[in-house]
Write a protein that binds this ligand. Sequence first.
Ligand code: SF4
Length: 99
Amino acid sequence: MTDLEWQQFARCKNIGADTFYPPDNEEMGTRLRRERAAKQICGPCVVRMQCRMHALLAAERYGVWGGLTESERRRVKRPYRFEPDLAATTVGATEGSGR
Ligand code: SF4
């Protein structure tokens, strides 16, 4: 199976993209309802995890992927980002502590 063959099993493949992607200037209430509808489609999708991982690894910026909205994906990714300043601080803090 190639990297994107999972898409043939996508529950959304015959559903319009407008359920998953926001139009310009979408109002918050409309966005929440659209995202809730998309998540209900994603919930039982058999390739949800592959879809989610693809979106995270490819840094997909827009739309609902694998049941995660744009803002949810940003929060998931944050702990895995390499932050050199933070790493340097952490190394410095443990130096000389005997560990
Ligand atoms: S998880 Fe959602 S967006 Fe991803 S393939 Fe399935 S239905 Fe489509």
